[in-house]
Ligand binder design. Structure first.
Ligand code: HEC
Length: 199
């Protein structure tokens, strides 16, 4: 513990600066210490930053303002959203995929979402048999795509278009077509009309 006298003669350890005499307010004394180096550097950096900022954003106007940045980002996000939504793939132009990877993707979707009603081999349970040539809604790739997309909720088949992108509907439709003629055991009796692919 230092008494008042000690404080009065104290000098800064680095510079030897004395404390400021007479700056004594209610017993609180001010020392004439130099500022720490790290603090000074921070201070200089803020000055440099301010000058660069001022020139870039206020004088030369080469940087985007907050509003401009926001507008640009929103425009990009909107574009992405649009291209995702208005993906031009639909029941009128969809084609059947036969490559292994697409069919595997289709099977994954099927096993996750469709298997409960159509069973693992497509033999049918709540939903109709998907392996025979009889279809309630038609057996072309476009027909299958459409029923998956819009569903038939009153009969228990929901619309999947909010959960599956057109690409995914295409994959699962193609997978279903690959089940044609597989004749799984315990298949459900035929429903709908005979569909013959036109060649
Ligand atoms: C909650 C049960 C249920 C689930 C889950 C389900 N379906 Fe269905 N599905 C049905 C029913 C019931 C029908 C028959 C609708 C009708 O009679 O119009 C049907 C019909 C279909 C048809 C038309 C069959 C035909 O004969 O025309 C296809 C294709 C189909 N579903 C595919 C799918 C796919 C793909 C999924 C998964 C993404 C799926 N279903 C999930 C119940 C379901």
């Amino acid at each position: 513990m230092k008494d008042e006298k000690d404080i009065n003669i104290e000098k800064d350890e680095l510079t030897g600066d004395e404390l400021i005499k007479g700056h004594d307010y209610d017993g609180i004394k001010e020392l004439n210490n130099s500022l720490p180096k790290w603090w000074l550097w921070l201070f200089y950096i803020t000055i440099i930053f301010a000058v660069v900022y001022l020139i870039r954003y206020e004088v030369m106007k080469t940087g985007d303002s907050q509003e401009e940045e926001y507008a640009k980002e929103m425009a990009i996000a909107n574009m992405k959203l649009k291209s995702k939504r208005s993906s031009s793939l639909d029941e009128t132009n969809v084609t059947r995929l036969t490559d292994k990877k697409s069919l595997e993707e289709g099977k994954k979707i099927y096993d996750k979402l469709c298997l409960v009603c159509h069973l693992s081999k497509g033999e049918g349970l709540v939903g109709p048999n998907l392996t025979d040539e009889y279809w309630i809604h038609g057996g072309s790739i476009g027909d299958i795509f459409k029923i998956i997309k819009v569903g038939n909720p009153s009969k228990g088949m929901i619309s999947w278009k909010d959960q599956l992108t057109p690409k995914k509907i295409q994959q699962v439709s193609s997978f279903i077509m690959s089940l044609q003629g597989t004749n799984p055991p315990n298949a459900k009796a035929k429903e709908g009309k005979l569909y013959k692919p036109e060649n």
